[in-house]
Design a protein around this ligand. Structure first.
Ligand SMILES: CC(=O)SCCNC(=O)CCNC(=O)[C@H](O)C(C)(C)COP(=O)(O)OP(=O)(O)OC[C@H]1O[C@@H](n2cnc3c(N)ncnc32)[C@H](O)[C@@H]1OP(=O)(O)O
Ligand SMILES: CC(C)C(=O)C(=O)O
Ligand SMILES: [Mg+2]
Length: 500
């Protein structure tokens, strides 16, 4: 949380940190580095609040080597069940000379003094040699030996600027652990940055070489290009237990939820092709892969989607998809082909359509094999009125009026936001039982009076339907999209009931 928040634009409030801390505790991480209490009164309060609520993970606060920073960190983590102080100072020639303007002797002295002071507050003290990735090995051995003697129980080796390569970083750990006489009295830790895209690889190399703590951040957030992504480190160690001499205690089933929470709080969205938590991490689009997965999941999956929090893997249909996936999808939508010829003809039309359209949805498939085009479905439900209220400090509320088959009905509901309240009000009237799978907003013109286009995907009985709506007001556009989707669901259901 501390380095993750150092991503430009990702600063977190006390409330944000509490929500993330709860999610990290549920994930069963060993240590939560909650913040840097000396940095601001707000961050002090955040770290203290996290220390008050977290029971099952250690709560750690960062501090420079000065007395004031250490005392402030100690004060903030005082309520924690398992408090840790993490103090650091830079050890590379460049940082010592140009930034700190200190001699190596002064740096060792400051580090030892800080660790001793921190030990007066807790017996769990971590020391980091900032920019260790560019520090001289002999100096690292000297300062680490001194701080372990002073009481440091975790020795962190940060590649602060992401300069190291995996083999080299692993060698550093091996050398340090073998050459520091008291290295057995501390846990060695890796803290890698992603400037060359190597943060996870470097962290894993460190673990192979003896590190037993990895500092990482959900979704790989952190200063500049970020830190090692927690979900990737965890799943690499878990998936390749044949190679690692240790495991992680993380409950991986919460990885996706945690990633989504951090993305929602920071506004840093995860790209679709991101490992583990990206939308496409367990999706298969091309025919040969889909065929393999249908026959045996392991042919193209090294992890189970469910083990990291997804409901299941997905077979998406597009121009690269094959017959087997097409047939399976049609079958799950309730269509069985009477003959090979009928199937071949439907598949030919599917490929033709896929050449024109980037993604093929269930309603496209239904239109393809029947004479019914769902996009032309009758509007059985009409949105005739709505009012949504959002007020700071108040629970958002929405009232919606619909005309269903000629009869007008209204409902009011509360929600997490105006859109959520609106959807709940619609559901209070319609009671469709459909699940919201996707919600996205795009502006289709520019300026504050822009038309917003909202897309909604609802799923019911194994079938997903996409609807859209546009308006200058996003909440109204959302209601229109939801109603549009419901009309498509109703049309599909009527169609299925008619046995077409
Ligand atoms: C690699 C990392 O991620 S380190 C953590 C980085 N995180 C942050 O910096 C976020 C929080 N930081 C802050 O809020 C502020 O920088 C503060 C409160 C810590 C300090 O603010 P200021 O007093 O205004 O100092 P400023 O940020 O301009 O400069 C940092 C000072 O700390 C000194 N310093 C840096 N690291 C250390 C250290 N480990 N131990 C002691 N002093 C240090 C610098 O030499 C500099 O000292 P100077 O003012 O005598 O030149
Ligand atoms: C404070 C230290 C551990 C750090 O974040 C870094 O060196 O990257
Ligand atoms: Mg860092």
């Amino acid at each position: 949380m501390r380095d993750g928040e150092q991503s430009p634009g990702a600063a977190m409030s006390r409330e944000d940190k509490l929500r993330i801390a709860r999610a990290l505790e549920r994930l069963k991480v060993d240590v939560i580095e909650a913040g840097f209490p000396a940095s601001s009164p707000g961050d002090f309060a955040s770290v203290k609040a996290v220390a008050e609520i977290v029971k099952d993970s250690r709560v750690c606060a960062l501090a420079r080597t000065g007395d004031a920073d250490i005392d402030r960190a100690a004060e903030a983590i005082k309520p924690a069940v398992a408090p840790r102080i993490h103090t650091f100072i830079a050890t590379s020639p460049l940082h010592m000379e140009k930034k700190l303007r200190m001699t190596p002797d002064q740096v060792v002295e400051a580090a030892v003094r800080a660790v001793k002071r921190a030990r007066q507050y807790t017996d769990d003290v971590e020391f980091s040699a900032e920019d260790a990735g560019r520090s001289e090995m002999e100096f690292l051995c000297r300062i680490f030996e001194a701080v372990i003697d002073a009481g440091a129980t975790t020795i962190n080796v940060p590649d602060t600027v992401g300069y190291n390569l995996p083999q080299q970083f692993g060698e550093k750990f091996r050398y340090l652990i073998e050459n520091i006489p008291n290295s057995d009295k501390a846990i060695f830790s890796a803290h890698c940055h992603n400037d060359l895209g190597l943060a996870v690889a470097n962290s894993l190399a460190a673990v192979m070489a003896g590190a037993r703590q990895v500092e990482c951040a959900v979704n790989g957030l952190g200063e500049r290009a970020g830190n090692a992504a927690l979900e990737e480190v965890v799943m690499a160690v878990r998936t390749r237990q044949d190679l690692f001499p240790c495991d992680v205690g993380v409950d991986t089933r919460h990885l996706l939820a945690c990633s989504k929470l951090v993305a929602a709080i920071t506004g840093f969205h995860v790209q679709p092709n991101k490992a583990i938590v990206g939308l496409n991490a367990f999706a298969h689009e091309s025919g040969i892969h889909q065929d393999g997965v249908l026959k045996s999941r392991e042919t193209y999956e090294i992890m189970r989607a469910q083990d990291v929090g997804w409901q299941d893997n997905r077979l998406t249909l597009g121009k690269l998809s094959g017959r087997n996936a097409f047939k399976q999808r049609m079958s799950s939508l309730g269509f069985e082909f009477a003959s090979q010829e009928e199937m071949a003809e439907a598949f030919r039309r599917f490929k033709e359509l896929a050449d024109k359209k980037r993604e093929i949805f269930d309603e496209d498939l239904m239109a393809l094999v029947t004479d019914m085009d769902l996009s032309q479905a009758n509007e059985r439900i009409k949105l005739v009125g709505m009012k949504a209220c959002a007020e700071i400090g108040e629970t958002p509320q929405a009232t919606v009026s619909l005309v269903i088959d000629g009869e007008e009905r209204s409902a009011t509901a509360e929600g997490d936001g105006s859109v959520d309240a609106t959807f709940k009000a619609i559901e209070a009237i319609v009671n469709s039982g459909a699940q919201l799978q996707l919600y996205s907003v795009q502006s289709i013109t520019s300026g504050t009076d822009a038309q917003g286009e909202v897309s909604v995907r609802l799923a019911r009985d194994g079938m997903a339907v996409n609807g859209s709506g546009s308006d200058t007001d996003i909440v109204i556009a959302s209601a229109k999209a939801y109603v549009n989707c419901l009309n498509l669901v109703l049309a599909a259901r009527a169609h299925a009931a008619a046995g077409v």
